[in-house]
Design a protein around this ligand. Structure first.
Ligand code: PHE
Ligand code: ZN
Length: 884
């Protein structure tokens, strides 16, 4: 049954388009006051349609000046202009339709369509922004060859870019510059891009495996010219990697990247003209953290990889979004794993999945990787479509193995090159190339919710058998009360006293027992299932879900001793980290109970000993030690508490007590590591330096969090730092653990030193938004009036308001509801400016079911939003679904 949601669009209603557009010619006249767009669409009625359906073009927020067919202007009664369509009843089977429209990009604050950012014009068309530029069949299954002519004042806009190759460039009699670009690859409108501005660029070249020399350019505002080297290197590494690992070569002679300061997302894969949020492309040691460098590398790769997984083969409709996004996130994660530490990358990704995606999957906006309905597609660029979608592709990789997966990928690209296809097409290619049946596996695309994998075990010493019993279940999600069992690949091993035990399942030949069979993947596809291992000499500790082989919640009753053994001795790095997390979760919740019953906090020595061991073992990768010593976040702990059970203050207090105990009890080793890990020499975003800084700054946090005396270390580090990573880490420690006298001066110092760098200032905003002191709400409100803040700039909104609501649970959930009010007011104002950002910002309020004693306050703010006039579809969808 379908719900009766007004304005909802359903996958089940998909119909192929009635018309095709073989060629699209666009002419832009970029003026001071207005931009005139003239289109010539070479239309063809689809041979699959009966009769003569009307032509319905999408279009929004523009003024139609003229419409003609085959150069004959249409009389007013021949067409109908509505809020978001242009309908022409009578259209020949084949014709050239031309529209002239007027738009005002300088007034476009939604940052969709053509808009102005500082002094440049740029576009963002995914998902449905093209319809704000001209009337069009704005859907991904209409693919067309674009020719784009741009006319503008050469003094203001010396650089004029669009997709494909530069075809012509002239100066017109009226002094305007005119350029024409032609993209030979048919593409949907969402991949169209245009940029005009006073930009400078860095240039490099890349020679493909096939010998094509590609010119690579990164365009930026002149002041940022020195910040492009890392992105350029990352681009060249991505191009090489995609050839080597996926056999994918670049297909044009030019590849352009443009950095834009006002951008809703991270970056966009427009054909041969990628547009990036400045925060995802510019790098400089003083404005970019180590994490930022790694993020730039992965996003540059992600957008580049879209050239095949997204552009050459695109999506049939927006329900298939994960076809390109899940696959491309999987590809960029593999790339990052190959460029640095595979385990650390995996740990970071799983951490993100568990905090962002599991919460989404357990909340009112839960949807399948392939959603079956939406009101506003912009609300579906989610952790589920991206990150869970990538996990689903990773499971296919695990089930098929690397060789057959590669054959499946080759077949997919070959079979569907130039087409707009579905997740089903991807699965068929994987099946056809591998012979593996993915029928049941398809449920991962259709069912929402995070499956739970319950595991219990028995050891029979006499029979020398060890039995693992698995059962799976999945909680109900909106519209899906009942779930079917999914296919869960569970990578595992068994840890014995002397190391990992050889594995032989009942029924397998004895001679299969070789030395290296200590790892295998069990396939769980039934509601419950048993596996019996034979010839097991001792009761083992099971090492389960190695590498996080499936996006599920694991439920096995680990003892703390077992967790410590896995932490220190398991073969799998991910399991070592995960065991540390589980141990910390157990200890924090024990402390939470102690505090709740009026006892003093007493932190289990086992945790302290395990931490000490990690700190003292010089053979371990410091990056991995830092991950293992990082306590689970308050948000994650709240999510684990479950609906109606999260007590923010109690969680904060317990976590803080454990943090302080570690800082106090291990002060000696923490200080020793802090000193020994100091990086000498120039800053470099190398794996080795990044690892050292991450552990060193973690040590600093523990030390200063436990003993105010160590705040001096932070102050010293802040003053001496020659890079943002160390400077910001020190500033955060002061802001988080110090008193006003400790942070007042450094905070103002940071601003006065870096106020000319928007990206550094954004970190300054976030640092203040995340402070635990009671004054933070007043401070955030003040900062919203600060000259460094601008509600129209998404990066600033995310840094300040998003940082507060998303990463300062203690104050966001303040008992007087002031945190909720702040967020609601910001969302209400943004609703009229940038609905996409407004809806995203709202996410923390949608989790009202979790917070004990807060649900009414949170709901009240959602209801205030629901009652607003002029609510955008974006905010409307999130608000109404969360209140259901
Ligand atoms: N397609 C972009 C990416 O994932 C994300 C994006 C979506 C950017 C919508 C802008 C608007 O690479
Ligand atoms: Zn993407």
């Amino acid at each position: 049954m379908r719900d009766a949601t007004p304005g909802a669009i359903y996958l089940a209603d998909y119909r192929a388009p009635d018309f095709l557009i073989n060629r699209t010619e666009l002419h832009f006249h970029l003026g001071e006051e207005e931009t005139i767009v003239t289109s010539r669409l070479h239309l063809l009625r689809s041979c699959e349609v009966d009769g003569t359906p009307p032509l319905v073009l999408n279009g929004q927020d523009m003024e139609l000046l003229q419409v003609s067919i085959d150069n004959e202007p249409l009389a007013p009664e021949a067409f109908e202009v509505n809020d978001d369509t242009l309908v022409i009843a009578d259209v020949p089977e084949q014709c050239v339709l031309s529209c002239r429209t007027r738009i005002r990009p300088q007034d476009n604050t939604s940052l969709e369509g053509l808009y102005r950012s500082h002094s440049m014009y740029c576009t963002q068309c995914e998902a449905e922004g093209f319809r704000k530029i001209t009337y069009y069949l704005d859907r991904p299954d209409v693919m067309s060859v674009f020719t784009v002519t741009i006319e503008a004042d050469p003094d203001q806009f010396p650089v004029l870019l669009s997709n494909g190759n530069l075809f012509a460039s002239t100066t017109l009699d009226n002094g305007l510059q005119q350029v024409t670009w032609h993209d030979p690859f048919p593409k949907p409108s969402y991949l169209f891009a245009l940029v005009a501005g006073d930009l400078e660029h860095v240039e490099d070249t890349f020679t493909t495996a096939g010998g094509r020399e590609v010119t690579l350019r990164i365009y930026v505002e002149p002041k940022d010219l020195g910040k492009c080297a890392h992105a350029m290197d990352s681009l060249k590494r991505s191009m090489r990697w995609d050839e080597e690992v996926f056999g994918r070569e670049y297909d044009l002679d030019i590849f352009n990247v443009v950095a834009v300061d006002d951008f809703n997302m991270g970056a966009m894969e427009n054909k041969s003209l990628n547009i990036f949020n400045t925060s995802c492309v510019l790098c400089d040691p003083d404005i970019t953290t180590d994490q930022g460098y790694q993020r730039v590398e992965s996003i540059v790769a992600h957008e580049y990889f879209h050239n095949w997984s997204g552009n050459r083969v695109t999506c049939r409709d927006w329900f298939q979004l994960s076809l390109k996004e899940g696959f491309t996130v999987f590809r960029d994660a593999e790339f990052s794993a190959d460029m640095g530490s595979r385990t650390v990358k995996r740990v970071e990704d799983v951490s993100l999945l568990r905090t962002a995606q599991f919460t989404e999957d357990a909340g009112p906006m839960a949807h399948p990787v392939r959603p079956d309905s939406y009101i506003e597609i912009n609300n579906f660029y989610t952790a589920t479509v991206y990150e869970k979608g990538a996990e689903v592709v990773r499971m296919i990789h695990t089930l098929l193995g690397p060789e057959r997966f590669r054959s499946g990928s080759d077949l997919y690209f070959q079979r569907h090159d130039g087409q707009a296809v579905t997740c089903e097409d991807f699965l068929c290619a994987m099946e056809d190339a591998s012979g593996v049946d993915l029928t049941q596996f398809r449920r991962w695309y259709a069912q929402a919710g995070t499956p739970q994998l319950r595991v219990r075990d028995r050891y029979d010493a006499d029979a020398r058998t060890y039995t693992l019993e698995f059962s799976q279940s999945c909680p109900p999600t909106p519209g899906q009360p009942q779930k079917q069992p999914v296919v869960i690949p569970c990578a595992m091993g068994l840890l014995g006293d002397a190391g990992n035990l050889p594995l032989r399942l009942r029924g397998e030949p004895v001679d299969a027992e070789t030395a290296d069979n200590t790892h295998r993947v069990l396939i769980i596809d039934q509601p419950s299932q048993e596996f019996v291992f034979e010839n097991v000499a001792e009761r083992p500790v099971p090492s389960l879900l190695r590498g996080f082989s499936a996006p599920v919640r694991l439920d096995y009753p680990y003892s703390r001793e077992a967790l410590c053994q896995l932490m220190s001795r398991d073969d799998d790095g991910f399991v070592r980290w995960d065991s540390a997390q589980t141990l910390a979760v157990q200890v924090i919740s024990e402390v939470q109970e102690q505090l709740a019953t009026g006892q003093a906090a007493s932190v289990d020595d086992m945790l302290l000993a395990a931490c000490a061991q990690l700190l003292e073992d010089a053979t371990l990768d410091p990056a991995m030690v830092a991950e293992m010593l990082t306590l689970p976040s308050e948000n994650y702990l709240a999510e684990l508490a479950g609906e109606g059970a999260a007590d923010v203050e109690a969680i904060h207090a317990a976590r803080r007590a454990v943090q302080q105990a570690i800082g106090r009890e291990l002060a000696g080793p923490l200080l020793a590591r802090y000193r020994e890990l100091e990086v000498t020499g120039d800053y470099a975003p190398s794996g080795e330096q990044i690892a050292a800084r991450s552990l060193r700054n973690l040590c600093l946090g523990y030390l200063a969090g436990a003993d105010a005396q160590h705040l001096a270390l932070a102050a010293g580090q802040f003053a001496a730092a020659d890079n943002l990573t160390d400077r910001l880490a020190a500033l955060r420690v002061l802001a988080c653990h110090g008193s006003e006298a400790d942070w007042q001066q450094p905070l103002s110092r940071f601003y006065s030193d870096w106020q000319h760098e928007a990206l550094a200032v954004n970190h300054w905003l976030t640092t203040q938004a995340m402070m635990p002191d009671a004054g933070v709400i007043a401070r955030v409100r003040e900062l919203m009036q600060h000259p460094a803040f601008d509600l129209r700039n998404p990066n600033k909104v995310r840094s300040l308001v998003g940082g507060f609501a998303g990463h300062n649970p203690l104050n966001f959930h303040r008992a007087d509801g002031e945190g909720y009010r702040l967020l609601r007011e910001a969302v209400a104002e943004l609703n009229g400016i940038n609905p996409q950002i407004a809806a995203r910002l709202l996410a923390p309020l949608t989790r009202w079911r979790y917070y004990r004693g807060r649900a009414d306050l949170m709901r009240a703010e959602l209801e205030k939003l629901a009652g607003m006039e002029d609510l955008s579809p974006d905010v409307y969808e999130v608000v109404t679904k969360s209140l259901q």
